[in-house]
Write a protein that binds this ligand. Structure first.
Ligand code: ISJ
Length: 425
């Protein structure tokens, strides 16, 4: 599925893109700068404290695509589109000039969405800038952030009981076949009386999770700790996570994991270390063919977030030839962290197990510029927001000795990121 034939969509496309420096202080790149509007209209990529990154609104161009070649088709559409622009980029930093936000489906046959905003506010390397398309007015008529008000919670497609059965079935399949690890997932639904203000969720997420990348593309909103790939010139970076510990109070589950035991559990557990090593090596194998140099640390580090801790490995490399961040994201997806191992066996198991429709959850989500530089995270710790409804997603890696109750707790700990943002925004 594409939104239109390439020629038809190109004729309606914008022609001029202009980036100028602004005096905006770094601390002012906040979601409250965005105009209030539908969840689907908010575009965001923020990281750090004070936050740097990109906020976008308005739709200058959109491309929807599905299929196993969706990354290549999106890259071809963007190259063709960019070639027609008259570009005046007075800043020349990461994210300046023509910019595309994108969010790809986990499975091949669901919808992936790419949106070029009409206005972008950015801060990169301490430099603030604004990009406008076809002379768009960059001054947003802002409104105060709106809190969601009282929420009603209900099961999504996969209830607590259904999730425990899904985990138990996965354990049986792992013990009896050639599957080593598979990532199962579930959802939960929150309903508010009024349409949700995505800006308020983003503000809460970026303040609480500065080490994560807070994102929004076409209503998919979250703060991911896992950066699938960054490409800037010939440098690449990827943060691989696998292995999760969580603090007490998995959202009222009654089963607690004491705070000081978490790191010891993660670093002391052979199972976690082995699973993590496998995830890091498989990411390195996907990136290797593109790289002249690739550094893979021997030992993982511990990434501490407000709700969970993870084993984490940062890969850094130098490309052997220029290649779009979209091609790199396509080569890495799906990683062992969100699919399992061996990849084809785990992917087939996920399709046949009758669990959750993932849509864009666990798919690559991020941005790219005219030269194919950019950043794509894995869409985790997220919700699909539409009107007053949010569908929250969470999952975890299942291995031969996984225990369904513990796995359910792990999803609660992961869901807490969005749950807290909804309840306290
Ligand atoms: C699948 C999720 O997280 C992934 C699974 C992890 C695990 O199994 O330990 C850790 C981080 C992520 O790679 C999720 O957050 O929904």
């Amino acid at each position: 599925m594409t939104s239109a034939s390439p020629d038809a969509s190109l004729s309606a496309l914008p022609t001029t893109v202009r980036t100028t420096a602004t005096a905006t202080a770094t601390g002012l790149l906040t979601p409250s700068t965005l105009p209030y509007g539908r969840a689907e209209d908010v575009l965001c990529w923020l990281h750090g404290d004070p936050a740097q990154g990109l906020l976008g609104w308005g739709e200058a161009a959109r491309f929807e695509v599905s299929g196993p070649d969706r990354f290549a088709r999106a890259a071809a559409w963007w190259d063709q589109t960019v070639a027609r622009f008259e570009i005046d980029d007075q800043v020349q930093v990461a994210g300046s000039g023509p910019l595309l936000f994108g969010s790809f489906s986990f499975e091949d046959d669901d919808r992936s969405v790419l949106v070029m905003p009409r206005v972008v506010l950015g801060v990169s390397a301490g430099q603030a800038f604004v990009t406008t398309v076809d002379g768009a007015d960059p001054s947003a008529s802002t409104q105060p952030l709106r809190s969601p008000g009282p929420l009603t919670w209900s099961d999504g497609q996969v209830s607590d009981e259904a999730y425990k059965k899904l985990v138990a079935a996965a354990v049986t399949a792992i013990r009896s076949g050639d599957l080593n690890k598979v990532v199962t997932a579930r959802d939960a639904l929150a309903r508010a009386k009024e349409p949700l203000d995505v800006r308020a969720l983003l503000a809460r997420l970026s303040a609480r999770y500065p080490q994560c990348w807070t994102y929004a593309v076409d209503g998919l909103v979250g703060a991911t700790p896992e950066l699938l790939v960054r490409r800037q010139g010939d440098l690449i970076f990827s943060r691989v996570l696998a292995g999760t510990g969580w603090r007490g109070g998995a959202a009222g589950s009654g089963r607690e994991n004491p705070d000081d035991a978490v790191t010891a559990f993660l670093t002391g557990s052979g199972k976690n270390a082995e699973e993590h090593r496998y995830a890091a090596v498989s990411a390195a194998e996907a990136l290797g063919p593109y790289c002249a140099e690739l550094d893979v640390p021997d030992q993982p580090s511990v990434l501490r977030l407000a709700n969970v801790v993870h084993l984490s490995t940062d890969l850094t490399g130098r490309l052997a030839r220029p290649v779009s961040v979209l091609e790199l994201a396509g080569a890495l997806h799906p990683t062992a962290a969100v699919c399992g191992t061996p990849t084809p066996v785990a992917a087939a198991y996920i399709r046949s197990a009758g669990g959750l429709d993932r849509d864009r959850y666990a798919g690559p989500t991020g941005w790219l510029d005219a030269a194919g530089n950019g950043e794509f995270g894995i869409a985790l710790r997220c919700a699909q927001v539409s009107g007053g409804t949010a569908r929250l997603y969470a999952g975890g890696g299942i291995v031969a000795d996984s225990v369904p109750e513990n796995e359910l707790d792990e999803t609660y700990a992961k869901l807490a990121a969005l749950r807290d943002a909804l309840e306290n925004a």
